[in-house]
Design a protein around this ligand. Structure first.
Ligand code: NAD
Ligand code: UDP
Length: 336
């Protein structure tokens, strides 16, 4: 049955991909965003669609809407962006999430929370199952995000216990793909944009830290599977791709797929000449890989797109984005 669905953070990377998928499935969608890191360009193809509405709004302010489902994605996700105004990051997660929970309670709607692998901090257990309680520095530079998201999870479960609010909490691991902002600051978009510009890739630390990268289409399928699951499936459930890579391996792949490595000296399988090593930010997690046993069992979900395949699609997006910008003769945020 078609639903009326609110997506907070709808103009962001994941939110815009989700809005598009939900519209394609026939639902009516409201994309809500304060445009802090989001961009209306991501919603260009939806703005003229009668089933889509955009509302510029900050979730820290209450709002009254009639909806069946709420996806609460509003929150900057890139470390440089969420660290720019850390207090706002915390309040978005705490006050904003509480406002969305109140809205869900009022409408008797199902509410999905975009939580994060950051609730595990710099994990001492590998890979990370949902039962692991994490290792977060509560006073570090990542705490505004990590603790904000941990507190949001607490609010979700307390709302469920106190009022029976129908909740779904997903812990999302590093995801990449089209609609990431070229200035976003996360590693996949940084490396691709740098490689396309033939600039050295900025490696923070020695590149031996690991992440497990999920392509956006796989993740969005996981969101929808979770919302369609039985009411007693509340989460938290890890959603991510368990294929783990060091950042040196990621850099090597990006250089190969963009062709950016062809003029450089490569040794030991890594193209060091195209990498510039910079300081590792504090509290940067050493390794990260989701245990997705629960998602497989409860949602019958697992990612299908391998890193190389996904990177090819993401590289195409960044290439076409730049080309389109240049053809329109508009101000380009970056030039290849
Ligand atoms: P993003 O920064 O591209 O999108 C976040 C969106 O939320 C932006 O459009 C921003 O303008 C909006 N926003 C921020 N604060 C807001 C507020 N107070 N009110 C209304 N809108 C606000 O990030 P993303 O990658 O699309 O992440 C979406 C959600 O998923 C976030 O909650 C993030 O924490 C979570 N998440 C993402 C990843 C990932 O790898 N992409 C991983 C873990 C968790
Ligand atoms: N990183 C990097 N170069 C960049 C951006 C990020 O080496 O230009 C590193 C960062 O220090 C971290 C990893 O890549 O170890 C993933 O960073 P990202 O910001 O994408 O996500 P998160 O740290 O939240 O997993």
């Amino acid at each position: 049955m078609y639903k009326k669905i609110l997506v907070t953070g709808g103009a962001g990377f994941l939110g815009s991909n989700l809005c598009e998928k939900l519209i394609n499935l026939g639902h009516e969608v409201i994309g809500l965003d304060n445009l802090y890191t989001g961009n209306l360009k991501n919603l260009e193809s939806l703005l003229s669609n009668k089933k889509f509405q955009f509302i510029q709004h900050d979730i820290e302010e209450k709002i009254n809407l009639k909806v069946d489902w709420i996806f609460n994605l509003a929150c900057p996700a890139s470390p440089p962006h969420y660290q720019k105004n850390p207090i706002k990051t915390t309040t978005t997660n705490v006050i904003g999430s509480l406002n969305m929970l109140e809205l869900a309670k009022k409408n008797n709607s199902v509410i999905f929370q975009a939580s994060t692998s950051e609730v595990y901090g710099d994990p001492q257990i590998h890979p990370q199952p949902e039962s692991y309680r994490g290792s977060v520095n509560p006073i570090g530079i990542r705490a505004c995000y990590d603790e904000g998201k941990r507190c949001a999870e607490t609010l979700f479960f307390d709302h469920n216990r106190m009022f029976g609010t129908k909740i779904k909490v997903a812990r999302i691991f590093n995801t990449y793909g089209p609609n990431m902002d070229s200035d976003d600051g996360r590693v996949v978009s940084n490396f691709i944009v740098q490689a396309l510009q033939n600039k050295p890739l900025t490696m923070y630390g020695d590149g031996t830290q690991s992440r497990s990268f999920c392509y956006v289409d796989d993740l969005i399928d996981g969101f929808i599977a979770m919302m369609n699951s039985d009411e007693d499936i509340k989460g938290p459930i890890n959603l991510g791709n368990p294929d783990e890579f060091t950042l040196l391996e990621l850099a090597e792949l990006v250089l190969k797929l963009t062709g950016s490595s062809s003029n450089n000296n490569c040794s030991n399988n890594y193209c060091y000449s195209k990498i510039v090593f910079q300081n590792l930010p504090s509290d940067d997690p050493t390794r990260r890989k989701p245990d997705i046993t629960l998602a497989k069992k409860l949602l019958n979900w697992e990612p299908k797109i391998k890193l190389e395949q996904g990177l090819i699609k993401a590289i195409e997006y960044f290439k076409s984005f730049s080309k389109e910008k240049n053809e329109n003769n508009s101000v380009s945020r970056w030039q290849v």
